[in-house]
Write a protein of this length. Structure first.
Length: 330
């Protein structure tokens, strides 16, 4: 915006891309606004410093993250900073999951890339694969293709977007280390039940990321997918998602959980809350709710989630809700 008032006026920019940036994901970093997409543009950066002042000469750079594997749909996620921005000179990190069932992939893993930008001499800009982290075993094979989530009263499955990390890759700075939290949908029981695999990565302010904790949230036989995850300034982690129980009248709706910073590692310990109940299933097509995401309020402790649900007669609705893990009230 032109000012800090979100209801005020804005500088707007229009950049031409050589390929349509399908399913774009954005992030804020110290030196740029970063973007990825399901296209050849898997690493894009906009010149943030100039854009903040309305400079018409703001640049955009397009790159492709190297050796990215996918099941056919690509969604490399850029680190998105909450709170204090990373120090000047910190490369922007990008993350991608890889399933060992995919062509050319030997282990279930997270690949981490680093993009370093030189706005003065753009020929010095580069993106490199910096690390590969082996994860606990997982499978992203749920249903077939983009027909994944079963629903009550219909044979129509909806798209759970398996095989990619879900927005956002939240980055936060702490005393002596930094964190990244990630999530994606997996087959929780080898029987096509969607559950959410989540991770907290840490580094010692040196880019040498490790998996601090990981877990799969699937406490019963319901589907949980389309998750988004964030951490607050106390180190508590919130997770919200779409929910459906195919063998009952639990139609596609929205729920949430979380964990406190001192809870046992790898566990979501907060009792599941209901943000909104769905009232019907979706028939006739599979595309569903795939731009859901969670943000952290500037107060550092309130989580805001926006996602799709179905009211009566398959009416598509959006619900925006908030909660804190201190009180756990939506």
């Amino acid at each position: 915006g032109v000012t800090n008032d979100p209801t005020g006026s804005y500088y707007t920019y229009d950049f031409a891309l050589s390929q349509f940036p399908d399913y774009p994901k954005y992030s804020i970093w110290w030196d740029g606004y970063y973007m990825t997409s399901n296209s050849s543009h898997t690493a894009v950066v906009f010149e943030r410093e100039k854009m903040l002042t309305g400079d018409p000469n703001a640049q955009v750079l397009f790159y492709r993250a190297p050796s990215v594997r996918s099941s056919g749909f690509t969604n490399v996620l850029p680190a998105d900073a909450d709170g204090e921005l990373p120090p000047d000179g910190t490369p922007c990190y990008f993350f991608n999951i890889e399933d060992d069932s995919w062509n050319g992939v030997q282990k279930d893993q997270i690949k981490i890339y680093e993009m370093s930008v030189d706005w003065t001499n753009i020929s010095n800009t580069e993106i490199t694969l910096s690390k590969t982290l082996e994860t606990d075993a997982f499978s992203t094979a749920i249903g077939s293709g983009f027909n994944n989530i079963t629903q009550p009263g219909t044979n129509q499955r909806i798209d759970g977007i398996p095989g990619v990390l879900m927005y956002r890759a939240q980055y936060m700075r702490w005393m002596g280390y930094n964190t990244i939290v990630l999530n994606h949908v997996v087959d929780a029981n080898s029987l096509d039940q969607a559950g959410i695999r989540w991770y907290e990565l840490r580094d010692a302010d040196d880019g040498d990321w490790t998996i601090y904790q990981q877990g799969t949230y699937a406490p019963d036989g319901a589907h949980r997918w389309m998750g988004s995850i964030s951490m607050d300034v106390f180190g508590n982690i919130a997770l919200a998602y779409s929910y459906c129980y195919p063998d009952s009248n639990h139609y596609p709706g929205l729920r949430y959980t979380g964990r406190l910073s001192y809870d046992p590692l790898g566990e979501m310990t907060i009792d599941e809350g209901i943000a909104v109940k769905g009232l019907s299933s979706q028939t006739g097509y599979n595309r569903y709710g795939d731009y859901a995401h969670m943000s952290l309020d500037p107060d550092g402790e309130t989580f805001w989630y926006t996602g799709e649900y179905l009211s009566s007669n398959e009416n598509v609705k959006t619900r925006i809700f908030s909660y804190k893990l201190s009180g756990v009230n939506a």
